[in-house]
Design a protein around this ligand. Structure first.
Ligand SMILES: [Zn+2]
Length: 310
């Protein structure tokens, strides 16, 4: 090795980590643990399927608890505890999943639900003072938006943003409907729609990050504690691995500077990336598929005849 190369080595070593870093994603699940009945799996089987798939793949995730979905009862609290005991993060997602953007939801009521959820989950292993806004809506007025920002700051809580928003809930609704109509329905088209949807969103949000921020960020993926993920989470993890994305701990992802930004548009919400874009006055047409609730995949399922027309 000649002298010039040696002299350049420290600089090359400093540069190397950022050059070699893969695009990263952290997995988060909302609305759990859910005790509602679904076809195929019981609530505890769904919970176990999610946890076993995460463990098998060495993925540490976060579960955002909606207390009224189950953790307010001993059997549901047990399921939430299983996440903490498995090493995952437990965060707060209110009691009744009320909508802060609704005219009838006051700031006081919204805050009271956060405190009520925290009072139950704060003693569980894995608890962090992280809050995930329901429907990713941060308030329909500046008073609510700023009131929540002050509340979270004063309570030492973090807004656990989402950047890679998905409509897995919509595909889950379609899957459950098909299974109720026909318990032996073929799952393969739903698996394909789920994979296609996640890939489309992942690529689109990566593109948006590059265009807005000039770089890849560790994306925070939103999925739900539901049947479709209990069945197909292995596919989601495999898909990101096939794309060359590194799956990282949510705590690592949240450490990125982008998650400290507070977009100033009157009612931020949805993906933090969309919120930033709108705050900056961008509204390109090609972003429509980021907010369309998975319409393209639902349409594809209808065309294949596995979903009845609406
Ligand atoms: Zn939710």
């Amino acid at each position: 090795m000649n002298r010039t190369v040696l002299a350049a080595l420290p600089a090359l070593l400093l540069l190397a980590p950022s050059c070699l870093l893969a695009q990263a994603v952290a997995f988060t699940f909302d609305d759990g643990p859910h005790l509602r009945e679904t076809p195929l799996l019981t609530p505890s089987q769904r919970n176990r399927a999610l946890l076993e798939t995460l463990a098998r793949n060495g993925v540490r995730a976060a579960l955002f608890v909606t207390l009224g979905n189950g953790a307010d009862r001993p059997e549901g609290l047990r399921l939430a505890r299983d996440w903490g005991e498995a090493g995952h993060v437990l965060g707060n997602h209110t009691v009744s999943h009320l909508d802060l953007n609704a005219q009838t939801t006051t700031l006081a009521r919204y805050r009271a639900e956060i405190l009520a959820c925290e009072a139950v989950i704060c003693s569980l292993p894995g608890f962090r003072p992280w809050f995930r806004f329901t429907f990713l809506r941060e308030g329909n007025t500046e008073e609510k938006r700023d009131g929540m920002r002050t509340f979270l700051r004063e309570r030492g809580m973090r807004n656990a943003h989402v950047t890679l928003d998905t409509s897995d809930w919509r595909l889950n609704e379609a899957l459950e409907k098909a299974l109720k109509a026909s318990p032996r329905a073929d799952l393969a088209p739903f698996r394909q729609a789920y994979r296609d949807h996640l890939r489309q969103r992942a690529e689109a949000y990566r593109d948006l990050s590059r265009r807005l921020l000039g770089r890849d960020i560790p994306q925070i993926l939103l999925l739900h504690h539901n049947l479709i993920n209990a069945l197909f989470l292995e596919d989601a993890i495999g898909l990101f691995q096939e794309m060359g994305w590194e799956i990282v701990d949510p705590e690592i992802a949240l450490g990125d500077f982008v998650y400290t930004l507070e977009p100033q548009r009157p009612a931020p919400g949805q993906s933090l990336l969309l919120s930033i874009a709108r705050s900056l006055g961008h509204r390109p047409k090609e972003w429509e598929r980021l907010v369309d609730d998975g319409d393209a995949e639902i349409e594809w399922l209808r065309k294949r005849g596995v979903l009845a027309p609406e």
